[in-house]
Ligand binder design. Structure first.
Ligand code: ATP
Ligand code: LTN
Length: 353
């Protein structure tokens, strides 16, 4: 992570006591998977000490592909519950739902007007998804997805955006758009930096260890869903694809399956990878996988309990969302007012200011 600390660019208000971080997760599954947890959500909880955090559920991004409204609503609640279960604390972090903060869509429109059509079309995620089904079958929302994401970020002027490696290109576009706006109009946005912890940036599919663990692309046996029955989880670990060798050694190139399992073990147990290699020297894969299954279950079982308990109290989850939306709007509305002013939009009527 770079230590560059650009000055707060506008507003003339006193600098925040703690630098801001912001991140989002899409409610596109009933449960986060181990990649989402280790690559993203776990960092969110640990960043609360040092930073002023804004974390949100990207439900508008979730409708860029066909969706079921009932599931989307339920998954939004589930996502909030899982953030709380992971230790994201509403007393320290603003936890909100994207659609409850209309400034996201409002800024997205302005940013869309600053983005070239070709530039949007060349984004990897759009290219990959539209290549699969054909451009005619994808929505315009999928094309403008990165501009909405840039708006999500720039509204809060965060210093860091903790995400997995797969989001790096979106962060780069966000910085480009911020710079473009600052240059064309007036310095308004802070240039955010991606915060991508190296060790857990990419957790791989258990069955195809050269592909990332992914809710849309992984087969059920390649994916550790955090809310799954812990017995199923243990079984998936024991059946993870390795190689025909027997040595527990971290070699990403030649032994991607074992390297991925070592990474998962180390991330959850806190033991360094070289210490694990030493401990399992001469023991083969069986014992290692069995122990790893215990390590993973020791994490998922209580996580699941906490989430299910939180889901029993919808009123509490609604309160968390409402408080988070107020905190988010207090910041987002100020940035949007600066933007509207700078692009030459008439000011809102005085009673709405
Ligand atoms: P999909 O691959 O189906 O689009 P996803 O599994 O990547 O979905 P997202 O909601 O897009 O899930 O990601 C939420 C967060 O988790 C993002 O910050 C993303 O970078 C991170 N993440 C997702 N998969 C992994 C992974 N395999 N390893 C590490 N981080 C991951
Ligand atoms: N595109 C992200 C989710 C996301 C996000 C954001 C992450 C939407 N807006 C803003 C960080 C900051 C994803 O699919 N993981």
């Amino acid at each position: 992570m770079s230590s560059a600390t650009p000055a707060e660019p506008t507003g003339g208000s006193a600098p925040a006591a703690r630098p801001r971080v912001l991140s989002g997760i899409q409610p596109t599954s009933d449960t986060i998977h181990l990649g989402n947890y280790l690559g993203a959500v776990r960092q969110w909880a640990s960043l609360q000490e040092e930073f002023e955090p804004f974390f949100f559920i990207a439900n508008q991004h979730a409708i860029t592909v066909e969706h079921d409204p009932k599931k989307l609503l339920e998954r939004t609640y589930r996502s909030v519950a899982q953030l709380l279960a992971a230790g994201v604390d509403p007393a320290r972090s603003a936890i909100f739902v994207q659609s409850q903060v209309p400034e996201h869509s409002q800024l997205a429109w302005v940013l869309e007007c600053l983005t070239g059509f070709g530039e949007a079309r060349r984004m990897t995620q759009f290219k990959d998804k539209s290549a699969k089904v054909g451009e005619g079958a994808v929505s315009v929302g999928l094309l403008t997805y990165p501009m909405l994401m840039a708006a999500d970020i720039l509204l809060y002027r965060p210093q860091y955006v903790p995400v997995g490696e797969d989001q790096r290109q979106h962060l780069e576009l966000t910085r480009d758009l911020a710079q473009r706006f600052n240059h064309r109009f007036k310095k308004t946005f802070r240039l955010p930096e991606a915060y991508i912890p190296k060790s857990t940036a990419k957790i791989m599919d258990l069955q195809e260890p050269r592909a990332k663990m992914s809710k849309s692309a992984s087969s059920p046996s390649g994916l550790i869903d955090v809310l799954d029955d812990p017995k199923i989880t243990a079984k998936k670990i024991r059946s993870a694809v390795t190689d025909s060798d027997t040595v527990v050694r971290f070699d990403e190139e030649n032994k991607p399956g074992i390297a991925n399992l070592l990474r998962i073990h180390s991330a959850l147990s806190g033991e360094e990878i070289p210490a694990l290699e030493e401990r399992y020297a001469g023991q083969g894969y069986g014992q290692f996988k069995k122990d790893l299954a215990d390590v993973v279950v020791d994490f998922v079982a209580p996580f699941r309990e906490r989430t299910l308990a939180l889901l029993d109290d919808r009123a509490h989850l609604q309160q968390v969302m409402a408080k988070g939306a107020d905190q988010a709007r207090a910041v987002a509305s100020r940035t949007l007012a600066d933007v509207y002013d700078r692009v030459g939009f008439v000011a809102p009527p005085p009673e709405r200011r």
